[in-house]
Design a protein around this ligand. Structure first.
Ligand code: F6R
Length: 607
């Protein structure tokens, strides 16, 4: 979602800022802009990619202090005028803003009644005018931002620059912002990933924090004027360069990185000798694991699908009642929080606003929440304090792939850990963990010969809609396959538990309708094969994901894609891979922007 990058120091800022924006591009955006302070503030902004912005940036844009932004539209359409930065009427203040100003309508009306000319349809623009008015009243840059924000309701990751003073003032409330400490220079970004080429020393601002950046250093404070607890931390996680290597797209690269990413996730966490899992970050004694009455897993999109797979594993192995929840619903349904239950917030980015809000709601009501997170030091990771990093490494493509697998792997290890503290036998624990241990090699083997993926792509690429079916743990895999194909290839997809199909979606089937069926060799296999017959009887074309060697199932399909056979608990890790590949190749064949699908964002920081 919207990205922020700012620089103040002794170097020319323009290229640094454009480079910062390029590192944030993976988050998804629709326009970009930049403002640089010289003797006055110059700015450029336009819809489209950072490359478009680069082509219109003129030599006037030179100076050693500036801010830059990628916008993902919320209030106001995708237009040049709505792109950030927004400037005060006289051009002496420029701001960039992530988040939503909830009382912007009232503020716009008030500013208009005061004779201020608003140049955009955005909620953000009001901030430039409010800050400017405070500045005109003689307040310092910091106090001007403070006063403006006291009139504002909503969320913000905000940066402002001023014509008459070389500083960047930053503020955070509900939208991530991290400042970077350099030698004779300071940085700010919405994502630490953008800072790592410049500095490893960062301050994660907390909600209600403000920071004043100068070339000489950073001063933090609170919106109410108090002292901030923000401290400098060193990011020790190496997020590597966002480089494609020999791959044409990040999505494909990340699909192929799954074996290695899984090894990173499970390494040191599988105790084959005792058939136990060890997720040290949870810091839960056996006694507490025994006493947990109920588990709830919370996430959005792909993370939610991982929760749904994890829920089944926990119930199966530990016999603890477990539910998965859509974060955006959970928070607003006034959830009943049991302080003895265990809650998990599952998120790749660790910044998803809906999930973060759910965490805060649980904590407010006395519940304990653990994070299952990829991005180290992210807002949800910090809010949860305890939890597990899934170690997928940077995920750049908007469509999540390797993080899904690692979320499932972490939840599987947790299922064994809690299962062993209760009634799971050592031999059953060993068999699940051995199967999990084998998965990276099995995926590698599958990826060396992916089967008739292109035949599947041919069957779905021009379809009016595609139905995905599966039972048990394959039902969430079906949802994940449908989400992937829909988000990158823009083909309408529907996913259903296979047994539920006859209660409605079967009405969609006609001659040639593609139906993707996930049918590993588990206890549901024969029931799913019957559902395939029901589809075929209506003329549907079956694309089947099945276990190697299951020739009987393969014979029922128009396109049969075999994956290595595994334990039913970990089969989603194998069956999802061909679905990711179908989505990827369909998008490529249809000439879609695979890594940055329209309207989507990698890090969804608004509710
Ligand atoms: C789908 C996708 C999204 C995310 C969702 C949650 O490919 O990427 O559905 O899974 O926005 O994001 P995180 O995991 O960052 O909380």
């Amino acid at each position: 979602m919207c990205g922020i990058f700012g620089y103040i120091g002794d170097k020319q800022a323009t290229n640094l800022l454009l480079d910062g924006l390029r590192r944030l591009e993976y988050r998804g955006y629709d326009s970009a802009g930049i403002a640089i302070l010289n003797s006055n503030i110059s700015s450029s902004k336009c819809i489209g990619r950072v490359a478009n912005l680069e082509s219109i940036v003129t030599s006037e844009l030179n100076g050693t202090c500036g801010i830059a932004h990628t916008r993902w539209a919320t209030h106001g359409g995708v237009t040049d005028a709505n792109a950030h930065p927004h400037l005060s009427e006289d051009g002496t203040v420029a701001i960039i803003h992530n988040g939503i100003i909830e009382n912007s309508r009232a503020l716009r009306n008030w500013l208009t009644s005061e004779g201020v000319l608003l140049r955009s349809d955005t909620d953000s623009e009001v901030l430039a005018h409010l800050i400017h008015r405070a500045r005109k009243d003689g307040l310092s840059p910091l106090d001007s931002v403070r006063r403006a924000l006291r009139h504002t309701r909503g969320t913000w990751g905000l940066c402002a620059i001023f014509e008459d003073e070389e500083v960047i003032v930053c503020a955070r409330n509900g939208s991530p912002l991290v400042v970077g400490v350099g030698d004779g220079e300071s940085f700010v970004a919405s994502d630490p990933h953008a800072l790592t080429p410049h500095t490893q020393r960062v301050i994660f601002l907390e909600d209600g924090d403000l920071a004043v950046l100068t070339a000489g250093g950073i001063k933090t404070s609170r919106l109410d004027g108090g002292v901030s607890d923000a401290i400098v931390t060193t990011i020790d996680e190496s997020w590597g360069e966002a480089d494609l290597g020999d791959f044409p797209h990040f999505m494909l690269k990340e699909i192929y990185e799954q074996p290695e990413a899984l090894r990173q996730c499970i390494s040191g966490r599988i105790l084959l000798g005792s058939g136990n899992g060890k997720l040290g970050g949870l810091d839960l004694a056996t006694k507490s694991l025994r006493d947990i009455p109920h588990i709830r897993l919370i996430g959005c999109g792909t993370a939610l699908h991982a929760c749904q797979v994890g829920r089944l594993a926990i119930e199966e192995l530990a016999r603890v009642p477990t539910q998965s929840h859509v974060a955006s619903e959970f928070r607003y349904n006034n959830p009943v929080i049991d302080p003895n239950s265990l809650y998990f917030a599952v998120s790749q980015s660790g910044e998803t606003a809906d999930t973060l809000s759910a965490v805060k709601e649980i904590q407010l009501k006395g519940g304990q929440v653990m994070g299952i997170i990829n991005v180290v030091g992210s807002s949800i990771a910090r809010q949860c304090a305890r939890g597990v990093y899934i170690h997928s490494g940077p995920e750049q493509a908007v469509a999540s792939t390797k993080a899904f697998s690692n979320m499932i792997a972490a939840l599987t290890i947790f299922s064994v850990q809690i299962g062993r503290a209760r009634s799971l036998s050592k031999s059953d624990g060993v068999s699940v963990l051995k199967a999990l241990n084998d998965v990276p090699d099995q995926i590698e083997r599958y990826l060396s010969d992916v089967g008739p993926i292109m035949d599947a792509v041919e069957a779905v690429k021009d379809a009016k809609h595609v139905l995905f079916l599966g039972r048990g743990a394959s039902a969430p895999v079906a949802r994940e396959g449908a989400l992937k194909l829909m988000e990158v290839a823009y083909i309408p997809c529907l996913a259903y538990p296979a047994g539920e199909m006859k209660h409605g979606p079967i009405a969609l089937l006609e001659e040639g309708s593609p139906v993707v069926v996930i049918c590993p060799n588990d206890k549901f296999r024969s029931k799913t094969l019957s559902n395939i017959q029901e589809c075929k009887a209506r003329g549907a074309k079956i694309i089947l994901i099945h276990d190697e060697g299951d020739d009987e199932a393969a014979a029922e399909a128009d396109v049969a894609i075999a994956v290595p056979s595994s334990h039913s608990i970990v089969s989603p890790l194998l069956t999802v891979v061909p679905l990711q590949l179908i989505a990827y190749h369909a998008a490529v064949v249809l000439e879609k922007d695979v890594d940055k699908p329209r309207n989507l964002a990698k890090s969804v920081t608004v509710e």
